[in-house]
Design a protein around this ligand. Structure first.
Ligand code: ZN
Length: 67
């Protein structure tokens, strides 16, 4: 019973980014205390992360299913 299937895909994606993509692709800094910021307009979710070391910004956007 390790799988938490009650969480939404969006929650799981945020969890993925929080854990897997905190290492800056530009300078290799691992932002352990930071995380992706997410915002949604109801149709898309935008994730944003700014490296505290070199300032490189990474963004992802995800279309939400509207069914
Ligand atoms: Zn960096």
């Amino acid at each position: 019973m390790a799988q938490d299937t009650s969480r939404s895909p969006m929650e799981r994606l945020k969890s993925y980014y929080d854990h897997e993509e905190l290492v800056c692709t530009e300078c290799g800094y691992e932002d352990e205390s930071g995380g992706w910021k997410s915002e949604t307009n109801g149709r898309e979710v935008h994730y944003h992360h700014e490296c505290p070391s070199c300032g490189a910004v990474r963004e992802h956007s995800l279309k939400l299913a509207t069914e």
